[in-house]
Design a protein around this ligand. Structure first.
Ligand code: 3PG
Length: 388
């Protein structure tokens, strides 16, 4: 029986993927084999020795101590693209709310008390000039980060008549091929922000992206630009942002990550991290996370991991061993020698590495003897061994 700990509310459609015969699932469980999580922070101390995998039902993994997990041989998964449409729709909402004072206008009507329709009409028509804005069509949108969400925002903006500039130094060749030729690729960030009426951020929170939007970068923005941050709070340096709003360098900041320094400002649109909070996105993320964890726990296969190599080996019955080890020479040879010493035939195998970690799936023709696991664990550099 595998034990699955759920942190945060995980969609029932995802939880239903786990058969009750093989899995015990609870929000409080000791010594789990795997964790399903959304944005709840997991500390290194919470990584139980039994833990094999963590699946983030969503994109960002900055709430998970990924480095510690790698050292302990814990595979961390996310669900790229599963909530991209939900986030894209909220970003488009933010672009529209930033271009006109729709929120101010709605607040104004909410505060009206007259019961006289004629009077209401008169006041509305007189006051509406206060809430005039501009159209998105014809304006330039700079998209920083062209992954699943950024590229989807860019495509929609093009269809709305915007000109789109894109910047993503880490763009894969595969992702680049899928992008519309109408997105003008920029060489660097300052040239993108200096030409954009609107800028939207679609980057993970990493050491390299922390405070990417800082005082110097904000100085390069086109005066009066509107900035959308639906990625992570840490990408924008808050003091520099407030200064840019005060000076008019930025005319609006719309974000899914409210900060106390931004409260009460008419030039901010603060949303309580609702990007992925739709029925569809919650279902998609939970189902994808559950499928990935099931295939990993039962077959050792890895898809969409952020710290282990992607790996898949068809199951043809038999007895499978999954070994994680440091990515150093001779590891596979040592493991195979130990297996051969016990006169066991290997029927199939695959080995892949990523950065400092290597991972092997080895199928045996006969059941592994009781001492094999201990012998494999005894190889210096082996992190974990599982029989599947
Ligand atoms: C993500 O990283 O996928 C989004 O920020 C959504 O986070 P959530 O699952 O906590 O809503």
């Amino acid at each position: 029986m595998f034990k699955i700990l759920t942190l945060n509310q995980i969609s029932v459609n995802g939880l239903e993927r786990f058969s009750r015969e093989k899995y015990e699932i609870a929000s409080e469980i000791r010594h789990p084999d795997a964790i399903l999580v959304r944005s709840q922070r997991i500390t290194p101390e919470e990584l139980s020795p039994t833990l094999r995998g963590i699946a983030r039902a969503g994109a960002g993994v900055n709430n998970i101590p990924v480095g510690e997990c790698t050292k302990k041989g814990i595979t961390v998964f996310n669900t790229p693209g599963a909530n991209a449409n939900a986030v894209k729709e909220l970003v488009v909402t933010a672009l529209l709310l930033s271009s006109r004072d729709i929120l101010g206008g709605i607040d104004f009507v909410k505060q009206m008390t007259t019961q006289d329709p004629a009077e209401m009409h008169k006041v509305v028509e007189k006051q509406k000039k206060m809430y005039k804005g501009e159209e998105l069509a014809g304006k330039t949108l700079g998209v920083i980060g062209l992954g699943a969400i950024g590229s989807s925002v860019a495509e929609t903006a093009l269809r709305m008549g915007m000109k789109v500039l894109g910047y993503d130094p880490g763009l894969s060749v595969e992702a680049a091929w899928k992008l519309s030729g109408e997105i003008q690729k920029m060489e660097n960030l300052p040239s993108l922000v200096s030409k954009s009426d609107y800028v939207t951020l679609h980057l993970p929170a990493l050491e390299s992206t922390r405070y990417m939007i800082n005082k110097d970068m904000l100085a390069s923005f086109k005066k009066g630009c509107r900035l959308m941050n639906f990625s992570r709070a840490e990408i924008v340096e808050i003091e520099a942002l407030v200064d840019a709003l005060e000076s008019g360098q930025l005319s609006r900041y719309a974000t899914d990550f409210p900060h106390p320094s931004l409260l009460g400002r008419a030039d901010t649109i603060l949303i309580p991290h609702l990007g992925a909070s739709t029925e569809e996105a919650e279902d998609n993320c939970a189902v994808m996370a559950a499928n990935q964890i099931i295939d990993f726990l039962e077959n050792g296969n890895i898809k969409n991991s952020v710290n282990f190599p992607n790996i898949s080996l068809d199951r043809n019955g038999g007895h499978r061993i999954a070994i994680s080890n440091q990515n150093i020479p001779k590891m596979l040879g040592k493991a195979l020698a130990i297996i051969a010493d016990r006169n066991i035939n290997v029927s199939d195998m695959i080995n892949k590495s990523r950065d400092d970690i290597a991972y092997n799936l080895i199928d045996l023709e006969t059941p592994p003897p009781v001492d094999l696991k201990e012998a494999l664990e005894g190889i210096e550099g082996v992190i974990s061994v599982r029989y599947l």
